[in-house]
Write a protein of this length. Sequence first.
Length: 173
Amino acid sequence: MATQTKNAAIQSIAAEFKESSAAVLTEYRGLTVAQLKELRRSLGQETKYAVVKNTLTEIAAKEAGIDAFEGQLTGPTAIAFIKGDAVAAAKSLTEFAKSNQQLIIKSGFFEGSALDEAGIAALAALESREHQLARVAGVLQAPASAAARIVDALRIKLEEDGGEAAEEAPAEA
């Protein structure tokens, strides 16, 4: 590979690292093209799963300020560059690895911190951002609907009493 081509590849990989909130280093030896396609599809559009050259990736990682992959760049290597929900991507990778023993999750980083295989599994065990938002939305809707029911009940009570309920209650000082 010509030096100019190598430099372009290094810059491209370094840019992927810098633009990603997380990345996961894997070994894919023994996976078929169809399995890799299935893995890429399961990771979603915000995650790029790329086969990389180890020496160029090592240089690019250092340029991007990432030391999480030192000593890990051996054998057939691919990296999941995660720009979206890191938890969802980690879940997809770990689930795929469970059903496809050939995929080996080596290490990674998340928001600047190095992760080993156990750290990636722990990340995958967290609740994804989408689930958190749905849960929060449900919590926020529940009190609002309860408050609306209370206001409606008070309005109905006032209408039934002809507005007298407000007049009967003594004002406290």
